[in-house]
Design a protein around this ligand. Structure first.
Ligand SMILES: Cc1cc2nc3c(=O)[nH]c(=O)nc-3n(C[C@H](O)[C@H](O)[C@H](O)COP(=O)(O)OP(=O)(O)OC[C@H]3O[C@@H](n4cnc5c(N)ncnc54)[C@H](O)[C@@H]3O)c2cc1C
Length: 464
């Protein structure tokens, strides 16, 4: 049953977040997939040795969401000797494990993991205002974190030379910072986006309150609700709002002549996104900028004014959560971590091989998506455990290289989705929505990938 469940989860993972088979998985300087036993059959075992067990290492993971929790569960899986899930995308198996399992700490400013993908639904639907709590799972409610130290606080700085970080604990009123020493560090802190695209609080109870207030304001909106920004987030917000509050006039304003203008996706995809939005009843204004917003009125670059009872800003205002890292670790232009192909910090940083960055904060090919974040976590876990083995045995670690990710995206637009995948091509309609997002904007699928249970009853997307 367990293996069936995990294989079904993996299928869901591959359908929603799938990676192209194109591109080499492992580059020549590192290990080839064929150097390892077949992934599905390998159950790793601890090396037996008469020597005293090496000192316990401390692994700290900053950011306990998709990428951070994926790193954790993959480390746990490797250490327990569980067989790898057979997939062409899995990192190569290990032939031995550390003699002394590490201590693991998760450090996050929030008190739980948030299903960010579901935000357009949670922040617009009257129904989801009642069930918002399912989209934020507190760490204290996650069984597999019981053997792990969980700290709530905001990381302020990381010092790779002395393998130490400084953070402000959530309960300190911002006054007292604390230091934390580590042997290996995984940074998985994602991108910061402004409310209402992302929660503005670090506490679940406040998130539920914020969301309820926002949704009530949307319900009360007498004139139109205007969504500004026709990227992936804005289009999904507009579509979910129209789906869950169909009586509302929803207007999406975008500055360019095509939606999703900055995404490396085919024109056909962008045209279909526009068609599906309009079919769903969203009014789309292209080539239009909002110049000013005051007293419920928007001044537009076209010279027109527009009455708006509520404006949802889904444009710009996002940056990588990397300000706590030394400049040497970052790509100067984007602020993302300039990871190596093994997901380590660049070699110019002291102890670079003891430092990893995964998920949205890593500078890598492909569109920033949950699928990449989860997969990066599994590679970082594998390389980190292999580094521990190598350190114990005084050997050079044999690290796996993360594959290049081609552009791909599935966009949920109300009752339908539009998708593009380099190997599988272009797809749209109700079936892709069901396959990729289920009926809860991906909550059950993503929670499944993170070994989390969805609490309470599932709620249909279309219900109010
Ligand atoms: C509205 C919206 C819709 C989306 N829809 C989709 C979709 O349909 N499909 C898809 O694949 N992707 C989608 N994405 C993108 C997806 O959410 C990201 O790719 C994903 O969240 C990346 O995961 P992550 O773990 O790297 O970062 P995050 O999920 O951002 O998690 C970062 C974690 O780090 C913590 N953190 C940040 N800074 C600090 C600090 N200084 N100290 C301590 N902790 C810190 C945060 O609290 C958080 O828990 C969407 C994004 C948004 C905003």
């Amino acid at each position: 049953m367990g293996s069936l469940v995990s294989s079904l989860r993996w299928q869901a993972f591959e359908s929603f977040f799938s990676l192209s088979r194109a591109g080499s998985l492992f580059a020549s300087s590192t290990l080839k997939l064929s150097s390892f036993p077949a992934p599905a059959t390998v159950a790793a075992t601890y090396l037996k040795s008469a020597a005293p067990p090496p000192q316990q290492k401390h692994v700290v993971i900053i950011g306990g969401a998709y990428a951070g929790l994926s790193t954790l569960i993959n480390i746990q899986k490797l250490l327990s000797g569980e067989p790898h899930v057979a997939s062409p995308y899995s990192p190569p198996a290990l032939s031995s494990l550390p003699r002394t399992p590490p201590k693991i700490t998760i450090l996050d400013e929030r008190d739980g993991v948030v299903h960010t993908v579901g935000t357009p639904l949670v922040h617009t639907s009257p129904n989801y205002a009642k069930t918002t709590q399912h989209f934020w799972k507190k760490y204290e409610d996650i069984p597999y974190l019981r053997g792990v130290e969980v700290l709530q606080g905001r990381v302020e700085s990381v010092h790779p030379d002395r393998k130490e970080l400084l953070y402000v604990p959530a309960d300190s009123d911002g006054e007292k910072g604390k230091s934390l020493a580590y042997d290996y560090l995984v940074c998985a802190t994602g991108l910061k986006r402004a409310w209402p695209v992302q929660p503005r609080t670090t506490k679940k109870e406040e998130f539920v309150r914020d969301t309820k207030k926002l949704v009530e304001e949307l319900i009360d909106a007498k004139d139109s609700v205007v969504v500004v920004g026709g990227g992936a987030v804005g289009t999904e917000f507009a579509a979910e709002l129209k789906l869950t509050q169909p009586e509302k006039r929803v207007i999406l304003i975008h500055s360019r002549n095509v939606l999703l203008s900055t995404e490396p996706l085919p024109d056909e995809f962008k045209a279909k996104a526009l068609e599906l939005l309009e079919e769903a009843g969203v009014e789309v204004m292209l080539n239009t900028r909002v110049l000013d917003e005051s007293a419920g009125e928007l001044q537009l670059s076209t010279g027109a004014t527009l009455k708006a009872s509520h404006v949802l800003w889904c444009v710009g205002r996002q940056h990588p959560s990397t300000t706590y890292l030394p400049a040497a670790a970052l790509d100067a232009k984007s602020g993302l971590v300039a990871v190596s192909s093994t997901l380590n910090f660049p070699s110019s940083v002291a102890n670079s091989n003891a430092h990893y960055a995964v998920g949205d904060i890593a500078r890598w090919s492909g569109i920033k998506r949950v699928g990449s974040a989860l997969l990066m976590g599994s590679f970082a876990a594998r390389n980190l455990v292999q580094s521990m083995v190598a350190e114990e045995n005084n050997e050079e670690p044999k690290l796996a290289e993360f594959p290049e990710i081609p552009p791909m995206l599935v966009l949920a637009l109300g009752k339908k989705a539009v998708g593009y995948h380099q190997a599988m091509g272009f797809t749209f309609g109700e079936e892709p929505l069901k396959q990729s997002f289920g009926d809860d904007l991906g909550l059950s699928i993503c929670w499944g990938c993170l070994n989390l249970e969805v609490d309470g009853t599932a709620t249909q997307t279309g219900e109010n």
